[in-house]
Design a protein around this ligand. Structure first.
Ligand SMILES: [Zn+2]
Length: 183
């Protein structure tokens, strides 16, 4: 593999879970995966994803495809860097996985709360609600834009093949940046 030009994240596991209110058993099931990808700047970046240990192999497979296809990612930094704020991470167009949080607008724990969901480039791939509201604010879904996901994109196809669901195919909310592992 080529030399990493830009390091976006080089945390220890302890740093990546620091300040997280999740029970110890939840944290013990996680692992911190070092990933590399091309940025929108065309340079090879190094980042980290905090995921459930059972999907580590999937993540490595997806990221080799992401590199091969030169699918650009803005950054891949554990959400501890954003004080566990999904809004702040999305506003920075950051891609991330584990976050001990509820599904927006509900009291149900998200798949992110067990490290079994991943979000990519929320600015290119926003959430679009039935009433037309879009998150993060100011984002626009343009399927042809670099870093945008569509059903035919190799990244989406690879996730589906590995048994993940893509939020772009959800019935009501279109959650274009979201993937979750079915267990
Ligand atoms: Zn998500």
């Amino acid at each position: 593999m080529n030399e990493i030009a830009v390091s976006d994240s080089a945390m220890t596991f302890r740093e990546a879970v620091s300040g997280c209110p999740a029970p110890e058993a939840v944290l013990a099931a996680l692992c911190l995966v070092n990933v590399s990808y091309y940025g929108f700047d065309g340079r090879l970046h190094g980042g980290q994803l905090l995921v459930h240990s059972s999907v580590e192999r999937d993540i490595h497979e997806i990221f080799s495809l992401i590199r091969e296809a030169r699918f650009p990612l803005r950054s891949v930094i554990p959400i501890a860097r954003y004080d566990w704020s999904d809004e702040a991470s999305m506003a920075a167009n950051n891609s991330s996985a584990f976050n001990y949080r509820f599904i927006a607008g509900t009291r149900r724990l998200s798949r992110h709360a067990s490290g079994l969901a991943v979000d990519f480039n929320p600015f290119q791939n926003p959430v679009v609600y039935e009433n037309g509201a879009i998150l993060p604010p100011g984002a626009l879904y343009r399927p042809e834009a670099p870093g945008a996901l569509t059903e035919s994109s190799p990244v989406v196809q690879a996730f589906l093949r590995l048994g993940w669901r893509w939020g772009g195919l959800f019935l009501h909310i279109r959650d274009y940046h979201h993937f979750e592992k079915q267990t």
